[in-house]
Structures are given as C-alpha cells and as structure tokens.
Design a protein around this ligand. Structure first.
Ligand code: GLU
Length: 317
C-alpha cells in the first residue's frame, strides 16, 4: 500500500489565521494517525498579493504550533512561483487529450454576461470564445493575449469526502469551462494544485470546505493527466455569530494576536475541542492527540466563533 502523504498549501498573502490552523491541524493529524507525512508547498502564484515574508512566517508559525512538516518549505522546488515548467508540461498534456481554447474575454465582459454563478461565486462561462473561428482567433491575437480555457463535458463528477460524505457536481452546468492559464501567463490555481499534488506524490488533500466546490474540476483534471485522484476531506469553516466567514482580515484571530494571548498548547487544545477531537478543553500539542483523532469525530457543521469570547477564554484558560 502507498504510504499516506498530506500537504499544507498556504497562500502567503497575510499572517496565518485561526481557520488555517484548524485545517492544518486536521491535515497533520490525518496524515500522522495513518503513519504518513506532510509536505509544505507555498502557493504564491498571485504575485500581487503574496509576499515571501508571509511564507517564512507561516513556516515558523507551523513549527511553533508543533505542526512541523516533514518535507518542503520556503525554497525551490516547493514554491509555486518557480514551478512554471511543471505547469507548462501539465497544460501540454491536457491539450493533447481535451479541448483547450483561447479566451479573449475581459473580466468586465465575463461579469456582464448574464450567466448563473458557479458554487464558488465565479460566473459560469457561457462558452462564447469556444465558438471563435481560426480567423477570428488570429485577428484577436494581434491585440490581446488570451487566457486558456478547458472545455468541460456535460458529466457529473462525484467523490466521497471523509467528512462531508458524497459530493457531486454537474461540471458543465455548475462550473462551466474553466481557466487553466490566465491572459498574463500565470497558471490558474486549479491546474497548479493538481500538477503539484501529482508531482509531490500527495495521497490526501485536507483543506477548508470553501474549496470543496473546486474538487470536481480537479478530479476531472486528474483524469486528463492520467493520475489517480487523492482522498479528500474538507474541513469545517470558522464563522462569526452572524454567519460571515472569519477571514485573514480579522486581525484578532491571526496567529500573531493569538500567540500574544496564549501559548501554542492552549490554542491547539481549544481548536481540537471545537473540532470534536477531544472532549474537554485542555492544553495539548498536536502530537499528544494523534491517537484521539478520527474523521468520524469531526463536527459536520461550521464552527461559530465569537472573537471576543474566544480570546477571553484563551487568556483565562
Ligand atoms: N492555497 C490555498 C489556500 O491557502 C489552498 C489550496 C488547496 O489546499 O488546494 O487557501
């Protein structure tokens, strides 16, 4: 049997947040409880938003929390910004097996089209550039550089999520033809993440459930790349009492503020309790609770957190 390999894939666009810690704790426990390992890959393709300092900070934060990865880090070949060749090869392979077409639509045009929105909020592309003739394409090429889009068939892709159970999506209707490379030459998240997980031998993907709607697209790409998809587990989101997602913007729950309030053991213990791994709130490190972990225990709903109450509880234990 293949040994289990999980991954942490932070986008270094800010300090790590409590929600990220929850997902990484679950990724780490899932791999370790199966005798496996974890690779750290830095998802810094969005050059405008990502900064090297945040990646270095993330690696230090993981260490502080007792979530040290076994492989990878803030260096080549584990930084997506330096992996263009891997993505180019993946795109070439996909192009040899499926229809990939140039798309000249601008962002404004995409949003103006009255198409329904996919489950992740992006509009479902209406396929207009798929119908361009070769002459029209060469004409447009003179003034615009296109994105490359994958034509998706009208099929249903489904998978068994370790926490959410059966998940399925009608690819053409719910997400539509999607971008593999942007007009500025940057490879898109969907392609990069799949090419990397294959290249790095990842066998299980544990990440926030905000990404569950991307998984059917990624499974479809695995097929085109001739690879076996990994196991998936999408982790609970942390939400404010009004239902809003807690995001990196919420400074008070970034790791800087959290570590100024409480030691790592208390933060891990509070999260492990909220996630359903341990029955009582107590100070623990990830390695202390490997034996307590199982996916069956993990809460099926999102986790509601009131910042002030959470921070007060952390500081008073
Ligand atoms: N880089 C993404 C993030 O930080 C995670 C992507 C993934 O796990 O597939 O949200």
């Amino acid at each position: 049997m293949k040994s289990v390999k999980g991954r942490f894939a932070p986008s270094p666009s800010g300090r790590m947040h409590l929600g990220n810690v929850a997902a990484y704790l679950l990724a780490w426990l899932s791999a370790k409880s199966a005798g496996g390992s974890i690779v750290l890959r830095i998802e810094d393709l969005d050059r405008g938003r990502c900064r090297r300092e945040y990646a270095e900070q993330a690696a230090r934060d993981l260490d502080t929390l007792g979530l040290t990865p076994d492989e990878g880090g803030v260096f080549a070949p584990y930084m997506q910004s330096g992996r263009g060749e891997v993505y180019a090869a993946a795109l070439e392979r996909i192009e040899s097996r499926a229809e990939v077409y140039p798309c000249f639509c601008t962002r404004a045009e995409l949003h103006a089209a009255s198409a329904p929105h996919a489950s992740d909020g992006t509009p479902v592309y209406d396929g207009r550039c798929r119908r361009l003739s070769p002459d029209e394409i060469s004409e447009l090429m003179k003034t615009r550089s296109p994105a490359m889009r994958l034509a998706v068939p009208d099929i249903t892709v489904s998978f068994e999520d370790r926490r959410l159970g059966h998940v399925s999506q009608r690819l053409a209707r719910e997400c539509g033809d999607f971008v593999l490379r942007r007009s500025d030459g940057t490879y898109a998240y969907q392609l990069a993440v799949v090419a990397d997980d294959i290249d790095m031998g990842v066998t299980e993907v544990v990440r926030g459930s905000d990404l569950a709607s991307s998984t059917p697209r990624q499974i479809y790409l695995y097929g085109l790349l001739g690879a076996e998809p990994p196991e998936y587990a999408h982790t609970p989101m942390l939400v404010a009492p009004d239902g809003r997602r807690l995001a990196k913007r919420e400074k008070s729950l970034d790791l800087g503020s959290l570590l100024a309030t409480a030691p790592p053991q208390r933060i891990i213990g509070a999260l492990a309790h909220l996630l359903g791994i341990i029955d009582r709130r107590e100070d623990v490190l990830p390695r202390d609770i490997i034996g307590d972990f199982s996916w069956d225990k993990i809460t099926k709903t999102d986790i509601v957190i009131d910042n002030e109450v959470f921070l007060r509880d952390l500081s008073t234990k």
